[in-house]
Design a protein around this ligand. Structure first.
Ligand SMILES: NC(=O)c1ccc[n+]([C@@H]2O[C@H](COP(=O)([O-])OP(=O)(O)OC[C@H]3O[C@@H](n4cnc5c(N)ncnc54)[C@H](O)[C@@H]3O)[C@@H](O)[C@H]2O)c1
Length: 448
């Protein structure tokens, strides 16, 4: 049918508009596909207690989007964590029971995976993710087996993917300040000759589960768990974890190596399954490491108790001029203490620069009183609080360090190699207890 001039103009205008709309649609689709360069799409494997804590930190970090969550406890941890993530980012992550299915469906849209499954699964999960082309943040302990831990480093090297291990104190600004600024740079403690650390917890029953939400027996079996009890209390069983010394000790024994900038040369240990007779791993362990530092031999005592909360958790580094008491929770340790003979002028100068806080008067008063007890008692040291606060959840800076390494190529604070060194030192304690023998390390033991 022939068109008059007006009809022709209208049709031409309509087709121009259509073309413009089409072009805009293509542009929008391209824009949507080209995400903000700072946006990282991530997944979580293991959405239990720690997976949830890590998710709570991740959603606070600009540009981090959860696209998927995986957990074998479908109607409880998987569902609750996916819902929590939705409540924060207003986009529902896809939920998977099986990590293989998750990787097959999601890997092209992901940049990284946070692995917070029980220790025995870290290597399988982390290796599969790196092989799928994704960077990995894996919780500590790297693994309950050194061979599996070593495989994670090999995969990271072979794939070129980043592997960060979750010893989060290494990114905590309070620890960075105390260890790197005050101990390493300012040498405020003098020669650090000994360290003492502990993580003690009061007697506690097995962890249970809501009666309405057990995992079906066939799913437990498929994923290698012998029972709901073992699934929930995996830390205490040899198949899945390393017991309290590995679970708790690894955080703090890691700091020994950081402060002395070397790995231990030996460890002796004593412990036993003395109280919780139906659990496999030692419920109390005391151990002593020896370190060969450029200034001489240093020793560190570590204990973990599960029948008393006395002492809580903290680390003390003790030097010839002063000592540091520090803990992840500042109320349990957050000051450097000056021995009476140490040059006060140095400490005053650091306080003037804001590197330590001025000693509170109250501590000075207690110190004066204590010295009257016995003439042989060393004059009590004065505490000078640390000036650095962490205003974020404890794990957030370590996750930020990981994401920034992906985005900007900055250095990881705890790459696989560091995590491995700590795993070698920590897992040896269980061997020392079992054999009742001193374990001597070779330098090569710490390298893959
Ligand atoms: N960095 C820290 O401060 C810190 C603190 C606590 C725990 N952790 C570490 O985090 C990890 C998890 O500990 P948790 O306390 O959350 O334990 P948890 O038992 O509460 O959670 C583990 C989760 O992993 C899931 N899971 C188990 N096997 C799985 C599999 N094959 N595939 C997918 N999901 C699986 C479980 O269903 C559960 O939801 C451990 O490695 C632990 O050492 C680190």
């Amino acid at each position: 049918m022939a068109m008059n001039r007006n009809q022709f103009i209208q049709t031409a205008a309509a087709s121009t508009m259509l073309a413009t709309l089409k072009a805009r649609a293509v542009e929008n689709a391209e824009l949507a596909a080209k995400k903000d360069p700072d946006q990282l799409n991530i997944a979580l494997i293991g959405a239990g207690a720690q997976g949830r804590i890590l998710a709570e930190s991740c959603v606070r970090i600009p540009g981090i989007r959860f696209k998927a969550v995986c957990d074998i406890w479908e109607n409880y941890n998987l569902r609750n964590t996916a819902r929590y993530i939705y409540s924060q980012q207003r986009e529902m992550p896809n939920a998977y029971i099986d990590y293989k299915e998750m990787l097959a469906a999601e890997k092209d849209g992901l940049d990284a995976v946070v692995v917070a499954s029980p220790d025995w699964m870290h290597a399988e999960h982390a290796n599969a993710c790196m092989e799928a082309g994704l960077h990995v943040y894996s919780e500590k302990e790297m693994s309950n087996s050194l061979e599996k831990a070593a495989s994670m480093i090999r995969t990271s090297r072979a794939t070129g993917k980043l592997l960060q291990i979750g010893h989060q104190r290494r990114s905590n600004p309070r620890y960075l300040h105390a260890v790197e600024k005050l101990i390493h740079e300012e040498k405020l403690l003098g020669q650090v000759t000994t360290a003492v650390a502990q993580w003690n917890r009061a007697k506690a029953d097995d962890i249970g589960f809501p009666a309405k939400f057990p995992i079906p027996a066939e799913i437990l079996d498929q994923y290698g768990y012998n029972s709901m009890r073992e699934f929930r209390n995996w830390r205490w069983f040899k198949k899945y974890g390393g017991g309290p010394i590995v679970d708790l000790g690894s955080h703090q024994i890691d700091i020994f190596e950081w402060v002395w900038e070397t790995q231990p040369r030996s460890v002796i240990a004593s412990g036993g399954t003395d109280f919780y007779k139906d659990r496999e791993w030692y419920d109390n362990v005391m151990c002593i490491y020896e370190y060969e530092t450029p200034e001489g031999i240093a020793r560190a005592f570590y204990e973990t108790q599960t029948t008393t909360g006395r002492g809580g958790f903290s680390e003390a580094f003790r030097g010839t001029n002063g000592y540091l008491e520090i803990a992840e929770v500042p109320a349990q340790g957050n000051a450097v203490f000056r021995e009476a003979h140490a040059p006060e002028a140095q400490w005053e100068a650091l306080a003037a620069k804001g590197l330590i806080k001025n000693k509170p008067a109250a501590i000075k008063k207690v110190a004066t009183k204590n010295t009257a007890v016995d003439v042989r008692v060393t004059k009590a040291a004065e505490g000078w609080p640390l000036p650095v606060d962490l205003s974020k959840p404890a794990h957030q800076p370590h996750l930020e360090n990981f994401f920034n390494a992906i985005r900007y190529g900055t250095e990881l604070n705890c790459p696989g190699e560091k995590g491995y060194e700590t795993a070698v030192a920590v897992l040896a304690v269980n061997r020392a207890v079992a054999t009742n023998q001193k374990i001597e390390f070779k330098e090569s033991d710490f390298h893959v």
